[in-house]
Ligand binder design. Structure first.
Ligand SMILES: Cc1cc2nc3c(=O)[nH]c(=O)nc-3n(C[C@H](O)[C@H](O)[C@H](O)COP(=O)(O)OP(=O)(O)OC[C@H]3O[C@@H](n4cnc5c(N)ncnc54)[C@H](O)[C@@H]3O)c2cc1C
Length: 453
């Protein structure tokens, strides 16, 4: 290990899932690391439904036991509902055969596909206040130093040992480290500072969400095994949907997601907007009106972006600090955890060799870019032509390939075949006005977003 003199080996900005898992990985490997978190945990946070690829990280970090003891609702799969059933099943498609008579529409159970390295058929829905606190405490127990209530103002990254700067009692002070990890989430501390953040030109979604008690979420279950599924309810408004995520037996998180152009301008009208949107699904409205709202509404705005660079000399970005892709498939926490899983290996290598240049983090950079690109392409096709997703899920030849993506297994070297197939189908539908699905195309263009890096 290099014997360069700094206050700590690795400075980590942010103690959410990305920062806490990074700290836990490094501390477990005996690396001296410090987390600076601006909030005092527990604090509320959006992003409550996990995907199963998170389990590998929990297992690596000896954290699965904590997840089990905490009694978070188990998530066995996902279901989708729409106001009127789209004409999914009536169309024939060259290359897709008879639909499998045994599948029961647009829902999936994780147990249908074995996942290497994941030995349970469920993942979890989490109260993020509690989950993030537990993971950060776990990192601390493994040996990471954790400072809450410390907001990092900037990082000096000029090629030499980075200095993490923050104010204590009105005075700027700092900590030097060999490598700095930005895990500041959508605040993207380093991305803003270095001016390398690129707004996503395709996705400009907004969300408004809250928690309800005594909402009868079983209404949507087709059978008992779907208890505690996540449900995505489509609205008859372009690119708009509602999430339904179990938080406890009695509490359910509900969020409306829509495009910027649909979103209300003022706070009051946003609450009205929430209820009007829910009202476009009278079946949902009736159930929610009968329930008790137990938290104020929270909003998340225009959140999709990428970075021109996610690693540099002596710095790395993990989780949302490096990229945000639309959350329709509950991907964010899994990407955050897995980015730390991949990145910490390169950091260990750099500390061992003393080579802290950008090249030292190449494996991480290429792996995480590949994974998020797969998610991104999948999400884009999905928004462009929802019906295609349902069609693939109900075709037994493709069902498991789609499930693999939804389980969060997106980091293989080769692009998933099903994505190429979906993309080519979208192109054909776009070019054929007479095609029965043409009128179902949504207004997000299929490949409008072309990263320039
Ligand atoms: C509408 C919406 C719905 C979503 N739904 C889901 C979902 O169902 N499932 C899912 O997996 N994901 C979902 N996500 C995404 C999920 O919220 C994020 O991907 C996830 O929280 C990323 O973790 P992170 O650790 O990178 O960032 P965060 O969880 O945001 O953590 C970053 C931490 O850094 C701290 N911080 C920020 N700036 C500083 C600073 N200057 N100094 C010190 N500390 C700082 C913050 O206080 C915060 O605690 C959703 C996101 C949105 C917007």
């Amino acid at each position: 290990m290099t014997n360069e003199q700094t206050d700590t080996d690795v400075g980590i900005i942010g103690g959410g899932p990305a920062g806490a898992s990074m700290a836990a990985y490094l501390a477990k490997a005996g690396v001296k690391c410090v987390v600076f978190e601006s909030e005092i945990f527990p604090r509320p946070h959006v992003g409550e439904s996990l995907v199963p690829s998170s389990t590998r990280v929990f297992r690596d970090l000896d954290f699965l036991r904590v997840m089990e003891d905490s009694k978070f609702p188990r998530k066995y799969g996902a279901g989708w509902t729409s106001a009127a059933e789209a004409p999914v099943y009536d169309h024939d498609w060259d290359g897709l055969g008879e639909l499998d008579a045994h599948v029961d529409g647009p829902n999936l159970r994780f147990e249908e596909r074995d996942q290497p390295g994941v030995n349970q058929i469920y993942t979890y829905h989490v109260d993020r206040g509690k989950f993030d606190l537990l993971l950060l405490q776990h990192a601390n127990q493994l040996g990471a130093e954790v400072y809450e209530g410390v907001r990092v103002s900037r990082v000096d990254v000029n090629g030499g040992p980075p200095a993490v700067k923050y104010n204590i009692a009105g005075r700027e002070t700092g900590t030097t480290c060999k490598i700095v990890v930005d895990a500041s989430g959508r605040r993207t501390l380093l991305g803003n500072q270095l001016k390398i953040r690129v707004r996503d030109k395709v996705f400009d979604q907004f969300a408004i969400h809250t928690w309800f008690e005594n909402y009868d979420r079983t209404t949507w279950n087709r059978n008992e095994s779907q208890k505690d599924f996540i449900f995505i309810h489509f609205l008859p408004i372009s690119n708009s949907w509602i999430w339904q995520i179990p938080i406890t037996d009695r509490i359910t998180s509900i969020g409306v997601v829509t495009q910027r152009k649909n979103f209300a301008k003022t706070r009051e009208s946003r609450e009205e907007f929430f209820w009007e949107s829910v009202g476009s699904r009278p079946d949902l409205l009736e159930k929610l009106r009968a329930a008790d709202q137990i938290r104020p509404f929270r909003e998340e705005g225009d959140y999709s972006y990428a970075m021109q660079q996610i690693v540099g000399d002596r710095w790395l970005m993990v989780g949302d600090a490096g990229r945000f892709v639309d959350p329709i498939f509950s991907t964010g926490v899994s990407i955050a955890l897995n980015s730390s899983r991949f990145a910490h290996r390169d950091i260990l290598g750099a500390l061992e060799t003393g080579n802290f240049t950008r090249a030292a983090y190449h494996t991480y950079e290429s792996t995480i870019r590949r994974g998020t690109k797969n998610w991104y392409d999948f999400i884009q096709v999905y928004y462009r032509l929802n019906v295609l997703f349902t069609y693939f899920v109900t075709d037994k030849r493709y069902r498991l390939d789609v499930l693999k993506l939804l389980q969060g297994d997106v980091y293989d070297a080769d692009e998933p075949e099903v994505l190429a197939k979906m993309r080519s189908m979208v192109s054909v539908v776009e070019e054929s006005p007479a095609h029965p699905w043409h009128k179902l195309l949504n207004d997000l263009t299929h490949d409008a977003f072309r990263p320039t890096f």
